[in-house]
Design a protein around this ligand. Structure first.
Ligand code: C5P
Length: 298
C-alpha cells in the first residue's frame, strides 16, 4: 500500500515584512505563488516511521537534507499522529526536484505532501482546517504548500487565502545553496531598519498586476523587503540580479530570504533564452496546484 503526493516550490511575488512581534516572528503581508518545480513524497505502509530523500534527476543534489526525525516530513508525520492520538508509521520517500536551496520552501513542500500522503494512506479523513492548523505549526509557509496557486499570506505567513491570478507567468530560477539561513536574514533586516513599522507593506500593487496578465506590469510591482538584507549579506546576489536583467529578463528578485534568485520573463521562450545565459538556471511557470495525490494505492 502506498500513496504519492506532489507538492510545488513557492516563490514570493510580494514580501512585506513588519517589525518583529513579541514572539520573535515578523508580521508579513506576502503574495505566494506555487511554481512548477515539484517534490513527490511517497508514503508506503511500514511498521516504523522513516524518511529518506532521493534525487529526481541528476541535476538535483540532495546533500544537506536530513534523514530521520529532523526532516520536516518526519515532524509532519509525528504531528498528524498526535492530532489523531496514535503513532503513525510509514516509509516516506521524498523524490526531490525542488532545488535544495534557500527561498523555495522545498522542506515546507515535503511537510505538506507528507501530511496529505499519510492522511490518505491511513484513511484519517483529517479536515482541511485541521490540516492547515497542523501545517502552520510545522512552519510559516507550510499552509501555503497545501493550498498552492497564488495566495495572500498574512500573520507570520501562515494565514493564507487564494487571490485572482490571470497567469501563467514564466520564471527563471537560479538556485543557490550556501550561505543564507532564514533567521539570519530576518535578523539582518532588523539591524538595517531598527525603526521599522510594525505593519508590513501592503501587497496592492502585485495583486492588481496579477489581474492584468501583463508580465511588464507584474515586473514593476514585484517587491521583497528581505532582498536588501540578503544582498547586503551576499553581495554577489546583487551582481546576479543585474546580470539577469542585462540578459533580457524583465526584472530580478531575491526569492524569499534567498539566496535563490528569480527573474520574470515575457513567455516560455523568453524564459528559456534568459535561463540559457545563466549557469544552473531553471525555467518554471506558476501558478500551479498545491499538495495533491498523484498515485493512490492505499
Ligand atoms: O516558520 P518557519 O519555521 O519557517 O520560520 C523560520 C525562521 O524564520 C523563524 O525561526 C524566524 O527566525 C524567521 N521568520 C520570521 N518571521 C516570519 C517567518 C519566519 O522571523 N514571519
Amino acid at each position: 500500500m502506498s500513496v504519492t503526493v506532489r507538492a510545488a516550490a513557492k516563490i514570493n511575488l510580494h514580501l512585506g515584512v513588519g517589525a518583529p512581534r513579541d514572539d520573535g516572528f515578523h508580521p508579513l503581508c506576502t503574495v505566494y505563488q506555487a511554481i512548477s518545480l515539484y517534490d513527490d513524497v511517497t508514503a508506503t505502509a511500514d511498521d516504523v516511521l522513516g524518511v529518506r530523500t532521493t534525487a529526481a534527476s541528476p541535476r538535483v543534489e540532495v546533500v544537506g537534507v536530513p534523514d530521520g526525525p529532523d526532516h520536516l516530513a518526519h515532524r509532519a508525520a509525528v504531528a498528524l499522529g498526535r492530532h489523531h492520538g496514535r503513532d503513525l508509521t510509514a516509509a516516506l520517500t521524498v523524490d526531490k526536484a525542488i532545488p535544495v536551496a534557500g527561498g523555495l520552501a522545498g522542506g515546507s513542500a515535503d511537510a505538506a505532501a507528507a501530511l496529505v500522503a499519510l492522511d490518505r494512506l491511513h484513511d484519517l479523513r483529517t479536515t482541511d482546517d485541521d490540516l492547515l492548523r497542523l501545517a502552520a505549526d510545522l512552519g510559516s509557509d507550510v499552509p501555503f504548500s497545501l493550498l498552492g496557486g497564488t495566495a495572500l499570506g498574512t500573520g507570520r505567513g501562515e494565514l493564507v487565502e487564494p487571490v485572482a491570478d490571470t497567469g501563467p507567468w514564466w520564471w527563471v530560477v537560479v538556485p543557490a545553496t550556501a550561505g543564507l539561513a532564514t533567521p539570519g536574514v530576518y535578523a539582518h533586516l532588523d539591524r538595517l531598519r531598527p525603526d521599522a513599522d510594525p505593519t508590513p507593506t501592503p501587497a496592492d500593487a502585485v495583486l492588481a498586476a496579477l489581474t492584468t496578465g501583463e508580465p511588464a506590469a507584474l515586473a514593476r510591482a514585484l517587491h521583497n523587503d528581505l532582498e536588501a538584507a540578503a544582498v547586503d549579506l551576499r553581495p554577489e546576489l546583487g551582481a546576479l540580479l543585474d546580470r539577469g536583467v542585462a540578459e533580457g529578463a524583465l526584472r530580478g528578485l531575491v526569492s524569499g530570504s534567498g539566496p535563490t534568485v528569480l527573474f520574470l520573463a515575457e513567455s516560455a521562450e523568453h524564459a528559456r533564452a534568459v535561463a540559457g545565459a545563466l549557469e544552473g538556471a531553471l525555467v518554471a511557470h506558476g501558478p500551479v496546484a498545491g499538495a495533491h495525490v498523484v498515485v493512490d494505492r492505499a
